[in-house]
Design a protein around this ligand. Structure first.
Ligand SMILES: Cc1cc2nc3c(=O)[nH]c(=O)nc-3n(C[C@H](O)[C@H](O)[C@H](O)COP(=O)(O)OP(=O)(O)OC[C@H]3O[C@@H](n4cnc5c(N)ncnc54)[C@H](O)[C@@H]3O)c2cc1C
Length: 302
């Protein structure tokens, strides 16, 4: 049962930050509440004060033509991202991932910022953001700082946020128009058991992979980029047997890099195999959609 708590409605980020600093361990920022209220109802967490951050003007999506980056406010709901025309045009893999996240009730209320700040290991959002090399702007009454997604997520349920800090927004660089990218996940329960994404950025002549990005989620405490797999794919021809050989080496690296544990979502061995199988699918889809001649080759999960 939900224990009583006091809901605070600060008017500004500085006010919210000061409240969080003053109330200390007894308070928490509250956005959609889909994680927080659930955990409080189950008695896993208890806060006597919740600081409502929804009225702080932190929601919204826009694309900056100059920096070629999407800016997504922290309290933007998953549903808003899913239905945004600008996200569909600039980061279609992100839009597609959002379509398959949770269920419509969670998407309608849950926010992108809440997903990242809760740092639940069975999550899709951070894995896709790692492929985009997105950054997060954190703010408090003391100022602002920008961190990468890998720096934001320290461990399962642990971020680099200071107690008085809020996530304000994320910036998502657009992938180059000839890049191919795909995210694949398997979910037996509502949350994903495994999520793997690959982005292939072709060289100017389109014949080889100039840069490869590989991100694996749910197979460890936090989603990670797998550098060894990326190095195996970088420089490989985009077509033919040589791509397959590079992919085999990348798949081995992914199998070694993940640290799954046995849990409700599957045994460790099964999840490792699933991760490797999804990585193959994602890499082949990304390769097939890397389109130097046509442009705009982003593939996604559906
Ligand atoms: C049934 C179910 C299925 C789900 N399935 C998926 C799935 O398939 N894939 C997936 O990726 N996710 C999934 N999720 C997670 C979902 O994305 C999150 O529940 C949601 O995004 C959390 O956002 P919220 O606004 O409700 O956060 P809240 O519950 O309000 O907050 C969560 C935590 O983040 C903190 N917080 C929130 N916003 C900020 C901020 N701006 N700054 C600092 N701290 C902040 C809060 O203090 C709290 O600790 C699922 C969740 C549920 C309940």
């Amino acid at each position: 049962m939900l224990q009583p708590f006091r809901l605070h409605d600060p008017a500004t980020v500085a006010d919210a930050s000061n409240l969080l600093a003053d109330l200390g361990e007894e308070a928490r920022a509250y956005a959609g509440g889909t994680e927080l209220l659930l955990a409080m109802k189950q008695g896993l967490l208890h806060y006597r004060h919740l600081v409502n951050i929804k009225p702080l003007g932190l929601s919204g999506i826009r694309f900056d033509e100059e920096t070629r980056r999407l800016r997504i406010g922290a309290t933007t709901t998953h549903r808003a991202v899913e239905h945004s025309a600008v996200v569909a045009a600039r980061a279609p893999m992100l839009a597609s991932m959002e379509r398959h996240l949770a269920n419509v009730r969670v998407r309608a209320v849950g926010t992108v910022g809440g997903n990242l700040c809760f740092a639940e290991p069975h999550s899709d959002v951070a894995t896709v953001l790692l492929l985009h090399e997105a950054t997060a702007t954190l703010g408090s009454a003391r100022g602002r700082r920008v961190v990468g997604i890998a720096e934001l997520l320290r461990d399962a349920y642990t971020t680099c946020l200071h107690p008085d800090e809020l996530l304000l927004d994320i910036e998502v660089p657009e992938l180059p128009p000839n890049a191919g990218a795909a995210y694949q996940k398997a979910a037996f329960l509502e949350r994903p058991s495994v999520g793997v994404g690959v982005a292939l950025l072709p060289a100017a002549d389109g014949s080889t992979v100039a840069e490869a990005r590989v991100a694996v989620g749910c197979l460890g405490p936090v989603p990670v980029r797998v550098g060894e797999a990326e190095r195996a794919l970088a420089g490989a021809p985009l077509r033919g047997r040589a791509f397959e050989r590079a992919l085999d080496a990348a798949l081995d690296a992914v199998g070694r890099a993940c640290e799954p544990v046995d849990d409700l979502y599957g045994s460790a061995g099964y999840k490792r195999q699933l991760g490797v199988a999804l990585m193959r699918r994602a890499a082949v889809a990304a390769r097939d959609h890397a389109a130097p001649a046509r442009g705009g080759g982003i593939s996604a999960t559906d």
